[in-house]
Design a binder for this molecule. Structure first.
Ligand SMILES: [Zn+2]
Length: 258
């Protein structure tokens, strides 16, 4: 049992009893953490607006041990991200980011890279740089941060490098985590069709930092193909339904086998 303090981002919360709230945070030092905020739903709660979704805050938590829920002692706002809660687009995109982090991360495992990525992602959404692109870049990075960085440079099967600019139809395998050339892909249906442009975009965007990658301008086709790749990859990683992961479901081709 110990009292500790950590920077955190509010992923979401639900009512608990008459006046309390059960809040899920992604913390810098302890990863995903669920805690009870006593009296948080009372009018004059000491927590005020600190527990609103997306809030970047500094938490003081009393950890009661692995079997019991932690108790939130104090929460101070570092950045409220209030503007993201003021319009539907902001709510939808920020919710997608925090929901994915909630689903992709285990309880109690710190991941500094994922914490920084989520914070950066929310800042890019707030700046309104290019919100749909901010989300795409966020998802491809989150998959990598979670230990599932796909291979983009060579065919997973024959190992031959892809030649940039060659208008070759490629395939993506969520199960094997990477791209296959047209010849190898045909022998391993069903896979997700992918253009050379999408492979090049995903490969290039991951080599750039998050800010610089906002200069890229993926075509509508690339955006659709990325959504399909994300949908199947996230489904493979979490083993859950993909409906909530994607707004515009791409081609339905079933799961890949290699
Ligand atoms: Zn091949």
């Amino acid at each position: 049992m110990a009292l500790f303090s950590t920077p955190a981002i509010v992923l979401g919360g639900i009512r608990l009893g008459e006046a309390d709230k059960l809040v899920t945070f992604f913390t810098l030092t302890r990863g995903k953490l669920k805690g009870v905020a006593k009296g948080a739903r009372r009018m004059k709660s000491r927590f005020g607006a600190t527990l609103e979704p997306f809030t970047h805050c500094k938490l003081v938590v009393f950890d009661k041990g692995t079997e019991k829920l932690a108790r939130i002692e104090q929460c101070d706002i570092l950045h409220s991200f209030q503007s993201l809660r003021e319009d539907w687009g902001g709510i939808e995109r920020s919710s997608r980011m925090v929901d994915l982090v909630a689903q992709m991360t285990p309880d109690g495992q710190a991941n500094t890279e994922t914490f920084d990525l989520l914070l950066q992602g929310l800042f890019f959404l707030e700046e309104k740089k290019d919100p749909p692109l901010s989300v795409m870049l966020f998802i491809s990075r989150l998959i990598a941060c979670s230990g599932y960085q796909p291979h983009w440079e060579t065919c997973l099967k024959c190992r031959l490098p892809f030649k940039p600019g060659k208008p070759e139809a490629l395939y993506f395998s969520p199960g094997a985590g990477g791209a296959l050339c047209a010849k190898c892909g045909k022998m391993h249906v069903p896979l997700i069709p992918m253009s050379q442009g999408t492979r090049a975009f995903l490969s290039a965007s991951q080599k750039m930092d998050y800010e610089r990658a906002h200069r890229l301008r993926p075509s509508l086709q690339i955006q659709k193909e990325c959504e399909a790749i994300f949908k199947h990859t996230l489904s493979h990683i979490t083993g859950k339904s993909t409906r909530r992961f994607t707004k515009n479901p791409g081609p339905t081709l079933g799961s890949a086998r290699l």
